[in-house]
Design a protein around this ligand. Structure first.
Ligand code: NAP
Length: 281
């Protein structure tokens, strides 16, 4: 007897995750039997959760804060993307083994392609990335893979930005946080990957006057959808990309693995999540 496929999102805490809404939307859109559930697991219990989820009927799931590095350590097999970022956000069972992938890079680049058109990179030589945490690694990897010539990483803790240059010392430069405005005139793309601007965090206040007129400003924070940085960029007449696209696109590969259908990121899906963000604001 075959049972309906089940997938999870595991984190701690997990109640604010929008992933169940995204995957629930796709299950419904494609008329699939199956479920996608939130599972709250404390760090001390994560290894035993990984050993046991298959026995509970799960085909796999998403992994979020604070378990992405632990999932990387415990997975039996890893994609090249997961190895490079040393973090896993998507798990599935294949040949009885736990496989791990990281789809954040793909999600970020797909969100730029969808928002700007896939030729956005033609006019993008230099990117200025703010932040050097886990999400920054995915963003930087995506920009390098897309062929950008230069990525300047500015971070409050300069050492973390300097560590990231090891990814590609020829193309990545570290910049001190208090010197980041010096990099603005050459930035074709500015990306905020810090938590500044997120609900409950201080805003990211930056004078964008020195950015070129053709520059694009992207923020991977998506609550609120229009961060103070994006509002300032819009007021300056620049093109902007919000963080919701990355969240939606990073979810696609997992859904395809667990439920067998490759879903699309459509305006209708986006509208559902935007309504949820506004409802909870
Ligand atoms: P993380 O690993 O904890 O990194 C946080 C980054 O923010 C670090 O670079 C940190 O600098 C910087 N930061 C924090 N507070 C700061 C402040 N007051 N001033 C200056 N810099 C500050 O977090 P993460 O996983 O990379 O996530 C970062 C943000 O991206 C979060 O808001 C998260 O929700 C968002 N995100 C969005 C998506 C999406 O799909 N749209 C995916 C992943 C993450 P230090 O190194 O100096 O501490």
């Amino acid at each position: 007897m075959s049972t309906a496929p089940k997938a999870f999102v595991v984190g701690h805490p997990i109640k604010h995750s929008r992933s169940p809404l995204i995957h629930g939307y796709w299950l419904c859109e494609h008329g699939l039997k199956g479920s996608y559930e939130r599972v709250d697991v404390a760090p001390a219990d994560f290894a035993s959760f990984l050993r046991g989820f298959q026995g509970e009927g799960f085909r796999g799931g998403n992994v979020t804060i604070p378990h992405k590095q632990a999932a990387f350590q415990y997975a039996d097999a890893l994609t090249g993307r997961a190895k490079r970022l040393q973090a896993v956000n998507t798990l599935w069972i294949e040949d009885g083994r736990i496989h791990g992938d990281n789809t954040d890079e793909l999600g970020f680049i797909a969100s730029l392609d969808q928002a700007l058109g896939s030729d956005w990179d033609q006019a993008a030589r230099t990117a200025l990335v703010l932040g050097a945490g886990g999400a920054a690694r995915a963003v930087i990897a995506g920009l390098l893979d897309r062929g950008l010539e230069r990525v300047v990483v500015a971070n409050r803790t300069l050492e973390r930005a300097q560590e990231l240059t090891a990814f590609d010392p020829r193309r990545i430069e570290a910049a001190a946080w208090d010197k980041l405005t010096q990099a603005l005139p050459e930035a074709d793309l500015l990306v905020n990957t810090t938590s500044l601007g997120m609900d409950g965090q201080p805003p990211l206040i930056l004078d964008l006057i020195a950015l070129p007129d053709h520059a694009v400003v992207a923020d991977i924070v998506y609550v609120p959808l229009e961060t103070p940085l994006l509002a300032a960029a819009r007021a300056r007449g620049l093109r902007v990309v919000d963080g919701l696209g990355m969240l939606l696109h990073q979810a696609v590969p997992g859904f395809a693995r667990w439920f067998g259908v490759t879903p699309e990121v459509t305006p209708a899906l986006r509208a559902v999540i935007v309504a949820d963000i506004e409802r909870r604001a």
